[in-house]
Design a protein around this ligand. Structure first.
Ligand code: KIV
Ligand code: ZN
Length: 513
């Protein structure tokens, strides 16, 4: 069987999804989980794009030892130098360098002739090779490029030292047959192709990213790129979990192996969804809530007689557990610690103490604490730093009645340590609360999105709120959970505002791709 390397770009292409903005602790948690999931290569970010990305790539390169870490760079010496600084401590540092090759990109975006593009690509790969042992070179917009031009440039960048050639379908335009044919042509016509691995990278604009990736694998590609939950630019990237499960379930058609641990899929998907605020649609393949639900009577009857009648993927395969072991009021610290370790969390002694207190507070209000509740509490505790100056909620009160003007009173401590309080009205209780918070915060805030959902089921379920806003013109997202909808709203608002203080992305210098 042929082995296919899995290249995850959730933290780079995925983080380019509109409105997504992860802080360094969230990126590190996702990186640890991707390592557990068994990805071979992890694209941790685009180091030259911002100080925040640089720091996150560096921290991930220093932490993760079982996956190779890479970072994206444009074809410039300064991008390559910055990437080296961020990646040099990685177990196996790798550079991902790209340059567009389609006529439209070369003429209008790069404003270079094809000859200049070849020269730049060759020069920059040779420059990077002085430091990086592994270099992936991507022909951006390859699927709309001239095949013979691709043959020419690929031959030269391999001679210059590229070890992986990635041919992205940057705009999600190609079809499975066409994409597969492109790889076959390259394999048959690039004389030195045996010195490099071929990689595919698909976007989902026409809903064909996974099908295109599988077609590429069938045509000799030994590295597949994608993101968890298919997040990414515009309609997103190919979903890695869908590719992984397709390769597993249809081994008869796809005789390929990967290093992925499929039972980590659910946790990986949950973590990415929670941190990015990109909720997984219920009907999403493999990880959607309804992926294993059988609603129609005929289907239920069939499944009861033999699960194989309608179930091609078992929930256990992807780590969906049917029965959560619930903890309650009487569970002690030991049971709690065991439980959270089983759930894949490793917390420092202080964070463990903080988590246990939060758990005990929840058991006072909620009879049974489920895995979903714990996951929410623990991911919050894991990704907030205590040592950063920020706005903190001291107390709030909201008055609402159908005949009164909704009014909220809020007290906060500011990053300078002052206590401030005020009251404002709004057309509803959430708006009154948001107006009050906004008036207490010095930064200029525009709230652009507000989403409320419940964590799990039951009338005592935790409320979770995701918000998007701009803070001093920088787009940020925030999340908050609590038993009360208004408290979750206030927390999500402050979580977004506080990102400005510990997310250096506030100083973004967004590159033109
Ligand atoms: O889609 C694309 O072309 C990319 C490149 C930077 C590899 O993400
Ligand atoms: Zn991409």
């Amino acid at each position: 069987m042929v082995h296919v390397n899995i290249f995850d770009t959730t933290l780079r292409d995925g983080e380019q999804s509109p409105g997504v903005n992860l802080n360094q602790l969230e990126k590190l948690e996702i990186a640890r989980q991707l390592e557990r999931f068994g990805v071979d290569i992890m694209e941790a970010g685009f180091p030259a794009s911002s100080q925040g990305d640089f720091e996150a790539v560096k921290a991930i390169a220093q932490t993760i030892k079982n996956s190779s870490i890479t970072g994206l760079a444009r074809a410039t010496k300064s991008d390559i130098d910055i990437a080296w600084d961020a990646l040099k401590d990685a177990a196996e540092p790798r550079l991902h360098i790209f340059l567009a090759t389609s006529p439209i990109h070369m003429k209008y975006k790069l404003m270079k002739t094809p000859e200049q593009v070849v020269q730049t690509a060759v020069d920059m790969v040779a420059y990077a090779k002085q430091r990086f042992p592994h270099i992936e070179w991507s022909a951006e917009d390859a699927s709309r490029s001239d095949l013979d031009f691709l043959v020419q440039i690929i031959t030269k960048v391999i001679d210059a030292g590229a070890t992986v050639i990635n041919l992205p379908d940057t705009v999600g335009y190609t079809t499975p047959e066409e994409y597969g044919r492109m790889f076959r042509y390259i394999r048959e016509n690039v004389p030195n192709i045996h010195k490099a691995a071929l990689s595919c990278h698909c976007h989902d604009d026409l809903g064909m990213a996974v099908a295109n990736s599988l077609a590429a694998i069938e045509n000799g590609v030994t590295q597949v790129e994608g993101t968890i939950n298919g997040i990414g630019e515009r309609a997103g990237n190919a979903s890695l979990e869908e590719i992984a499960v397709a390769l597993n379930i249809r081994k008869d058609k796809y005789p390929f192996t990967t290093n992925l641990v499929l039972k980590e899929i659910k946790r990986t998907s949950d973590l990415v969804s929670r941190f990015t605020g990109m909720i997984v649609p219920p009907n999403k393949a493999v990880v959607g809530k309804n992926a294993f639900a059988h609603e129609s009577g005929i289907h239920q009857d069939g499944v009861l007689k033999n699960t194989l009648t309608y179930e091609i993927i078992t929930p256990e395969l992807v780590g969906v557990k049917s029965n959560d072991l619930v903890l309650g009021k009487h569970s002690g610290r030991h049971a709690f610690k065991d439980k959270i370790e089983q759930m894949g969390f490793t917390l420092s002694p202080e964070k463990l103490g903080e988590a246990f207190t939060a758990f005990k507070q929840l058991t006072d209000r909620k009879k049974e604490v489920t895995d979903e509740d714990l996951f929410t509490i623990l991911t919050d505790i894991q990704t907030t730093t205590i040592d950063v100056k920020k706005y903190e909620l001291v107390a709030f009160q909201v008055q609402y009645g159908s005949a009164n003007l909704p009014t909220a009173t809020v007290a906060l401590t500011t990053p300078d340590g002052d206590r401030v309080e005020t009251a404002c009205t709004g057309s509803g209780s959430v708006e009154a609360l948001m107006n009050t918070l906004e008036s207490l915060i010095k930064e200029e805030i525009h709230l652009t999105d507000f989403r409320l959902s419940s964590v799990g089921q039951g009338r005592d379920a935790l409320a979770e709120v995701h918000v998007k806003m701009t803070v001093n013109g920088t787009p940020v997202s925030g999340r908050g959970s609590a038993q009360d909808v208004l408290e979750a709203s206030a927390k999500s608002f402050l979580n977004a505002v506080n990102r400005v203080f510990f997310n250096q992305k506030a100083a973004v210098k967004e590159p033109a791709l």
